[in-house]
Design a protein around this ligand. Sequence first.
Ligand SMILES: [Zn+2]
Length: 348
Amino acid sequence: MGKYKGVLLITTAQDENHHQYPIAWAVVDSECEESWTWFFEKLHDLISYDVELVFISDRHKGIINGLAYVYKQARHGHCMWHLGQNIKSGPKSKVGGIAFFMRAAKAYKQVEFDELYEEMKNSYPGITKYLEGSIDREKWARAYFPGSLYNIMTTNGSESINAKLVFARELPIIALLDAIQSLISSWFNNHRKAVVASTQHLTPWAETTLRSRFIESQKMEVVQMNTFEYHVIGVGHDAIVELNRRTCRCRVFDIDKLPCAHAIVAAVHHGIDIYELCSHYYTINVWALAYTETIYSIPLSEEWNIPAGIDFLIVLPPKVRVNKGRTKKKRIPSNGEFKIRKKKSIVI
Ligand SMILES: [Zn+2]
């Protein structure tokens, strides 16, 4: 982290309008299992209920082991983008192979994934060999991921926050933390204004998505099969919707928690409000809750209320290694893993 060394760890989530939502950050000596475990233990003090939690990160061993130790019930997936970079940088990829991998990773249905994977195996055997030798498909393929993944398959959120902090990396640690606080405070205020300006039932992202799916649904035919099940004949594949279970065989409804075009046309036929099929997470009211609190700056040191156990601690300077030669500021992929020094991501 510039001339002052150390590594900045960041966790972010996604808000109801699909914007990044920073949760916690810390500066540690180095990115290792001990640091990540300590970080997750502190995070656990804030967010302890982990049954429905999903984390997305790169494949740093410290993250994998730290998460497994602290968040025993949470699901953990690996960033599709970083995995793609590993494929791209190795001898496994040919032109078009990376795009094929991305399509397979993003597929909603297992049968769709299986077809794409078989094609990839034939056209790009080096990629599938690499994947099979290094990572389970449950960790990177949306169709096989066992938890609620929504649309989150990368650590792009923490990447974008990291990019916003480029200017602050060269600062001493207190100034760096002040810069982060200032940035987050400003974001919260802007998002709070956006919430107040919204007059619809759902967040702008959800409303826009629902509208485009509604337009798509207008081209579909629907046949009621029993009280709650509908056979929807679409432009591409047909689908079966079960309105009472909020599920569709295309799996978009199930994973996004927002009705797919099939579910919309079935709901219209059934005479129920489409909004009733949307997760409450997308509502304006829940969105507003995310920005209720104001992020204040750190008060003057004379006003600090320091717990007794902390007051007597002696803080030693971090253990740092002196680099020989020129300092590299770009990240460099290593064999098998793409190591990142400035950010990580948690996704809830
Ligand atoms: Zn569907």
